[in-house]
Design a protein around this ligand. Structure first.
Ligand code: CTP
Length: 217
């Protein structure tokens, strides 16, 4: 089994020394890479900038990228060959319209940045998904959690979406723990308790392998 995983944040440059980014650590995506590799898969891990070392497993090939455009190019390459796609990255939705060649100097009291939309990696790859491929997305929501997550599942052609709510203490960014609910295209919902990201990864891999096995009986 071949698995594609996107992980971490993207950094969108503003000038040679500044970027727009977010607080994603990449821990959830890296834990999933380890869990899939431990289950016997060959993993292509496409990672934005993180402080984590490349996983040491010989079954995980890590590709480092900076921007959403670079992440898309690397993921598109791996997607064709992969049986399972996992979009765990916190991709910047917008990037600066222009990247200054030199450091932007301080001048007036206000500075307005113009941003343009980035590629939605999961959405674009979703258009190319073959019926036998299994796609997993993530949703971090603060309100109407299930409705927003199910909307993303449908739009991006996910088979399963991992919902974590920022309302749950200990879940999401900058924590070693996570509390998730898995929502599936057929309406199934499975809620898990607060646990380490390593345990959450094992739960997710367990459900994905179960659903793939069920397709073959
Ligand atoms: N995603 C992606 N590329 C993007 C944005 C999101 O691949 N440019 C993926 C994420 O990795 C995640 C899923 O899409 O698996 C949902 O991400 P999220 O940021 O919650 O969705 P958005 O479509 O950006 O919606 P929102 O308006 O809530 O930001």
């Amino acid at each position: 089994m071949r698995v594609l995983i996107t992980a971490g944040p993207t950094y969108e440059p503003l000038d040679p020394v500044r970027f727009l980014g977010n607080h994603s650590t990449g821990k959830m995506g890296y834990a999933l890479a380890e869990a899939f590799a431990a289950a016997g898969a060959e993993v292509a891990l496409i990672s934005g900038p993180t402080h984590l070392p490349d996983p040491s497993s010989p079954h995980i090939l890590t590709t480092r990228v900076q921007t959403a455009a670079e992440m898309y190019a690397a993921a598109a390459d791996a997607a064709r060959l992969a049986d399972v796609w996992v979009f765990a990255a916190a991709v910047a939705d917008y990037r600066p319209a222009e990247v200054a060649a030199q450091k932007i100097k301080k001048s007036g009291e206000r500075l307005t940045l113009e941003l343009v939309k980035n590629v939605d990696i999961a959405f674009e790859l979703g258009k190319t998904k073959r019926p036998e491929q299994f796609s997993v997305g993530f949703a971090l929501e603060t309100e109407n959690e299930q409705a927003h997550a199910l909307d993303k599942l449908e739009r991006k052609k996910f088979d399963l979406i991992v919902l974590n709510s920022l309302r749950d203490a200990g879940a999401g960014f900058r924590h070693d723990t996570n509390q998730v609910t898995l929502l599936e295209a057929d309406g199934r919902a499975t809620a898990f308790g607060l646990k380490s990201k390593t345990s959450v990864a094992l739960d997710i891999v367990g459900v994905v392998l179960d659903r793939l096995a069920a397709r073959h009986v």
